[in-house]
Design a protein around this ligand. Structure first.
Ligand code: FES
Length: 105
């Protein structure tokens, strides 16, 4: 597994982007669970964030693509509204321990 970041670097209801081994990823924490996805919208293959480390909509309850506004469930990466509805973000296996958040690429 690869080290992503310290647990404290990802606040509750927050998101953060990473570059790891040439791969763009982002992580979201919600209800103390951590979710990691490849930072690539299934619609056009572009990065999702609208500002550095900003991957969520205004309510912080959905992932939002900045390009055309697609909305994705945080828990599954499923697109529930927008031009790629029904498609999924690519999920990355992750786990968290006392050192921080780890991912399997
Ligand atoms: S590129 Fe994400 S919605 Fe179009």
């Amino acid at each position: 597994m690869k080290f992503l970041c310290a647990g404290s670097d990802l606040p509750e209801a927050g998101s953060r982007g990473f570059q790891l081994e040439g791969l763009k990823l982002f992580a979201v924490r919600r209800d103390r669970q951590t979710y990691v996805y490849v930072n690539r919208c299934p619609h056009r293959g572009v990065a999702l964030e609208w500002q550095v480390d900003q991957f969520l909509d205004a309510s912080a309850s959905l992932i939002q693509c900045a390009s055309h506004g697609a909305l994705f469930l945080i828990e599954s990466g499923e697109c529930v509204a927008g031009p790629c509805a029904g498609q999924f973000l690519e999920a990355i296996d992750c786990r968290e321990d006392s050192q921080g958040i780890w991912v399997t690429l």
